[in-house]
Write a new protein. Structure first.
Length: 106
């Protein structure tokens, strides 16, 4: 991947232009360019190529390695039986009354 450009070399593009030519700007980012997205002249976002994972491994691989070494314990999958449906504690119509009260005269 190309080095990230210094601040003076960052390209700026408006939201409308970005939307109309998104594929072009994605190719630019893939080539290593940083793109600042502006809205009415104000920078609101920056598009950058993702950084390579540290040590060439992603988070899942690092976590698996820690588990193999016994330093962490991986969680088990959740099962539906752990989350049984609870009966409602509200009387019929009470929820609607509370919502109406909260909203007031909106």
């Amino acid at each position: 991947m190309a080095p990230r450009p210094y601040i003076g070399g960052v390209k700026k593009v408006g939201v409308r232009e970005l939307k109309n030519r998104l594929s072009h700007y994605v190719r630019q980012v893939r080539a290593g360019h940083a793109i600042q997205v502006t809205d009415r002249g104000e920078v609101v976002a920056e598009l950058l190529a993702p950084r390579p994972p540290r040590n060439g491994r992603d988070g899942g691989q690092r976590l698996a390695e820690l588990a193999r070494r016994g330093l962490v314990t991986l969680g088990a999958r959740n099962t539906a039986r752990l989350y049984r449906r609870q009966p409602s504690r509200l009387e019929p119509g009470e929820l609607q009354r509370l919502v109406d009260e909260e909203r007031g005269d909106r």
